[in-house]
Design a protein around this ligand. Structure first.
Ligand code: AQP
Length: 345
């Protein structure tokens, strides 16, 4: 929205969130959780939220919301987020998220938010009956990120447009209030083989919690048998054996997706996977993919079950995260109140 070069010079900080809206799947893991852990191991300061306020945008029973909040926190821990190194907390426990979102509702323009395709996808044909929260969800997401002055945001490819809106809001706030270096313009961290994991039943649709077909996704809680069954039933095509190079994946979205999953989980490049399996049938490739997937996910699933059995431990990690998140958020929100002219005692 502006050609002014951002002048923010504060520390680098990573923020991302996951909604407590159901079982996490391989797409959430490769597109988000695995990146959080890799960034943590690389020494980044990370703030990871269970964004339960976002979950309210669609109908959810209170008991489910609470249980699923603990489940996502357990998944953070099981995947390797260390609460001593990174901050994990439930969004609703830091009220500054809602306050900053209101300010940003008044900074963002209707035209910007109306362009968001995820609202159209999620509201479907009956947009009149969708919650107002579902419409302004990307504005709350901008507040989530900027409340911590986060500079980097690891997300899957489906969040690219929302990140662009957060960048526009940061720039507009800085310009309108003449505070050019107040909010950083956050960089999306989307690249990598797990950025867009597709449905196992349709290589043109993203893997999603809300897909009615269980066979479309691999959940983090799936057993080895579930994983084997789902991969063996995964759609391929009738265009022959596995191609030997990336060129041969063109027009074969289901095969490209399975190869992408193998590559993301094994750490091998797509070229290396194809040089190994090129010319072979899916009867050879699929069992190998089952092995790689089970080997990678089964320790996470086992840890996840252990952690879930100890809700007090989960709550301790969340409570300590809330204190640390508020310690960052409160001064930023104080500055925002001062900048925009809100009365303060
Ligand atoms: N298929 C995917 N491939 C790569 N990354 C993905 N993410 C989601 N699906 C894929 C990333 O996971 C993070 C958390 O997502 P979320 O729970 O906040 O919301 P979502 O994107 O709405 O997840 P779902 O599974 O697709 O839920 P529904 O079905 O409700 O829409 C984000 O970083 C997201 O990019």
């Amino acid at each position: 929205m502006t050609d002014k070069t951002p002048t923010y010079t504060g520390p680098e900080r990573v923020f991302s969130g996951i909604q407590p809206t159901g079982n996490l799947h391989l797409g959430n893991y490769l597109g988000a959780l695995k990146k959080f852990v890799d960034l943590q191991e690389a020494g980044s300061e990370g703030i990871y939220s269970v964004v339960n306020m976002h979950a309210l945008t669609m109908p959810v029973a209170p008991r489910d919301l609470l249980d699923q909040t603990r489940q996502i926190a357990a998944a953070f821990l099981a995947c390797g987020i260390d609460p001593d190194k990174s901050v994990i907390f439930p969004q609703s426990a830091v009220p500054e998220h809602a306050e900053l979102a209101w300010v940003f509702n008044c900074v963002a323009r209707m035209g910007w938010v109306e362009r968001m395709t995820q609202f159209k996808d999620k509201a479907g044909k009956d947009a009149e009956r969708a919650s107002v929260g579902l419409f302004t969800y990307p504005v709350l997401m901008a507040a989530d990120i900027l409340l911590y002055k986060a500079t980097h945001v690891p997300v899957g490819d489906d969040q690219k447009q929302h990140l662009e809106l957060a960048r526009d809001i940061a720039e507009r706030f800085n310009r309108d209030y003449d505070v050019p270096d107040f909010f950083p313009v956050p960089e999306p961290l989307i690249q990598g083989p797990g950025a867009r994991i597709m449905s196992l039943k349709d290589g043109t649709k993203k893997m999603s919690k809300s897909d009615p077909s269980e066979l479309s996704r691999i959940n983090l809680v799936d057993t080895a048998e579930d994983i084997s069954r789902k991969i063996k039933k995964a759609k391929t095509d009738l265009l022959g054996d596995m191609p030997s190079d990336a060129e041969g994946l063109k027009g074969r979205p289901e095969v490209e997706n399975l190869v992408g999953i193998y590559s993301a989980l094994s750490g091998e490049t797509v070229d290396s996977v194809l040089s190994q399996f090129g010319g072979q049938g899916f009867g050879v490739f699929k069992p190998a993919l089952v092995d790689v997937t089970v080997a990678h996910l089964s320790p996470i699933t086992a840890r996840y079950r252990e952690i879930l059995a100890d809700p007090a431990e989960i709550d301790r990690a969340l409570a300590s995260g809330v204190d640390r998140a508020r310690a960052i958020a409160a001064p930023v929100m104080n500055d925002v109140r001062r900048i925009i002219g809100f009365w303060q005692a």
